[in-house]
Design a protein around this ligand. Structure first.
Ligand SMILES: O=C(O)C1=C[C@@H](OP(=O)(O)O)[C@@H](O)[C@H](O)C1
Ligand SMILES: C=C(OP(=O)(O)O)C(=O)O
Length: 413
């Protein structure tokens, strides 16, 4: 489905949006719930990635099966660790064609060192993989931490079920740290003992945990598109989003601070909603951010800057090359079509000020939900086309209907 978006304006009277639960928190808690069935989870994400996770965790009674996680990176990595400890079960874990290009070797090596039995079915180092679940005997392992934090979270999520817990030594520069801290915070919340000092993480053994009810905070990465919409709107535009916390576990909550640079004020209210308001127009001519801690909002920020005519240098983006698509190349290609002067390296993006935006350009989305959602707010400036718009369901299935509800006009073409 391709969508033609008309030049839009937000209707302040209809601008309350309920955002689905964080897919990162949800996928961690679903796995923990499979290990500790007394946990109850509220505000579960309705994303495809969380549905895939739920489906995979059902049918655990089968001795042999194939589990397809489609595009879900967290599901692929977390389930690799999970199935590795399901004693006596055999699983073929596979995914989309892009998933077969997303590396998993560092995690598989670490699990093998702990005693797991995992083999590659096609290309060495990549899914699909065959996992023969068994009891893992070891409790210490070292692994590179500069490629994806998901490998580390995957190991931490099963750690408390290992006989002697787990001690992980992280090698190299640690990437996407807030996601590791999120995993540890959720373990702490259910009563598992953890510590993270320098580059060593320890998790204690816990056969059982206390029954708890956990509420997933709404997804901050999904909120980013609303920040961009407010930033690209006129002064006085307001959007209310629920349900968010001031002290979030999600690194993408850095948005509130970053978007102050684009004139967007965030007010946290008692009822856990946030009100975003465009309060000024006098942004700087050039901004620079290090996004190592929040890679998923890089596309949103790049497009906001382009739409506002603000030059930017974005750094810490080395993980973008192995996500749903090579996001640096995708941004380079699509922003160039719109008239941007842009350059990218393997870990950074540089945008010059552009005042003109080309109209009615068809934006390719490369099977990446964030390409579709990051570019949509530009409809506040010019009409544009988003190709294969259905990709948004990976993390935010209601994105287009929410956009429509606040006043965006769109037609399928
Ligand atoms: O653990 C998680 O929930 C995630 C970690 C990040 O991946 P990397 O650690 O690979 O950067 C992030 O990009 C992804 O969307 C979700
Ligand atoms: C990178 C992402 O997800 P994953 O790695 O879990 O596929 C994302 O949602 O932007």
């Amino acid at each position: 489905m391709n969508l033609h978006l008309e030049k839009a304006k937000v209707n302040n009277q209809k601008s309350e949006v309920r955002i689905t639960g964080s897919k990162s928190e949800t996928n961690r808690l679903l796995l923990l719930q499979a290990l500790y069935p007394h946990l109850t989870i509220d505000n579960v994400s309705n994303s495809d990635d969380s549905e895939v996770m739920q489906k995979a965790l059902k049918g655990l009674s089968e001795k042999e099966r194939t589990v397809d996680v489609h595009h879900a990176g967290t599901a692929m990595r977390f389930l690799t660790a999970f199935f590795a400890v399901q004693d006596g079960k055999e699983v073929l874990l596979t995914g989309s064609s892009r998933m077969k290009e997303r590396p998993i070797k560092i995690l598989v090596e670490a699990l093998r060192q702990l005693g797991a039995e995992i083999s590659y079915e096609e290309k060495e180092g990549y899914p699909p993989i065959k996992i023969k679940g068994r009891k893992l005997s070891e409790s210490q392992v070292a692994l590179p931490a500069n490629v994806s934090s998901q490998y580390i979270s995957a190991l931490l999520l099963i750690a408390s079920k290992l006989e002697n817990g787990l001690e992980l030594t992280l090698e190299g520069e640690i990437t996407s740290i807030p996601y590791i801290k999120m995993t540890l915070a959720l373990l702490d919340e259910i009563g598992v003992k953890t510590s993270f000092k320098n580059n060593i993480i320890s998790v204690g053994h816990a056969e059982l945990v206390k029954a708890s009810r956990l509420t997933v905070e709404s997804d901050w990465s999904s909120a980013s598109y609303w920040y961009s919409i407010v930033a690209l709107s006129e002064i006085g535009t307001r959007i209310t989003l629920s349900s968010y916390k001031k002290n979030s576990l999600q690194g993408d909550s850095a948005l509130a601070q970053i978007y102050e640079d684009f004139g967007v004020q965030t007010v946290f209210s008692e009822n856990h909603s946030i009100v975003l308001e465009k309060v000024k127009n006098d942004q700087q001519a050039k901004v620079s951010y290090q996004l190592n801690n929040c890679p998923d909002i890089a596309q949103t920020i790049a497009v906001t800057c382009f739409g506002l005519g603000v030059a930017c240098d974005l750094y810490g983006l080395h993980t973008l090359k192995i996500k749903e698509t090579d996001r640096l190349e995708a941004l380079n290609a699509e922003l160039s079509k719109l008239g941007a002067e842009i350059s990218v390296t393997n870990e950074s993006l540089h945008l010059k000020t552009t005042m003109e935006i080309n109209k009615n350009i068809a934006i390719k989305t490369y099977q990446d939900h964030r390409m579709a959602m990051a570019f949509a707010p530009l409809a506040l400036k010019v009409p544009l086309i988003i190709e294969e718009a259905e990709v948004v369901s990976k993390s935010y299935p209601d994105f287009w209907s929410d956009l429509k509800a606040v006043g965006f006009q769109m037609d399928r073409i």
